[in-house]
Ligand binder design. Sequence first.
Ligand SMILES: [Cu+2]
Length: 104
Amino acid sequence: MRKIVTTLFIAAALSVTLSAKNWVVNQKGKTFIPSKLTVHVGDTITFDNSDPFAHNAYTDDEANEFDVGMQPTGKVTHMKVKSKESFNVECVIHPNMLLEVTVK
Ligand SMILES: [Cu+2]
């Protein structure tokens, strides 16, 4: 019985891991590309700075709070979607940069 429970637990954990997606957002031309994403809780978003200058990516949303800090050219950072609450990502250096993330 214990073995069955353990096996079921591992299978459940694997299915969660396998269904989580990674979304790549390019920071290029002072724009997040794409500028809109629809994700699920557990997914990760990767920020890849292709511009010849530094960027940032942060959200004010409390449930999904993150801030990658200073992100120089070529630096790749990640954030995990923790809560089923849609949020916006902005760049503290370039206030016109906007990524709208819808969490389903
Ligand atoms: Cu920026």
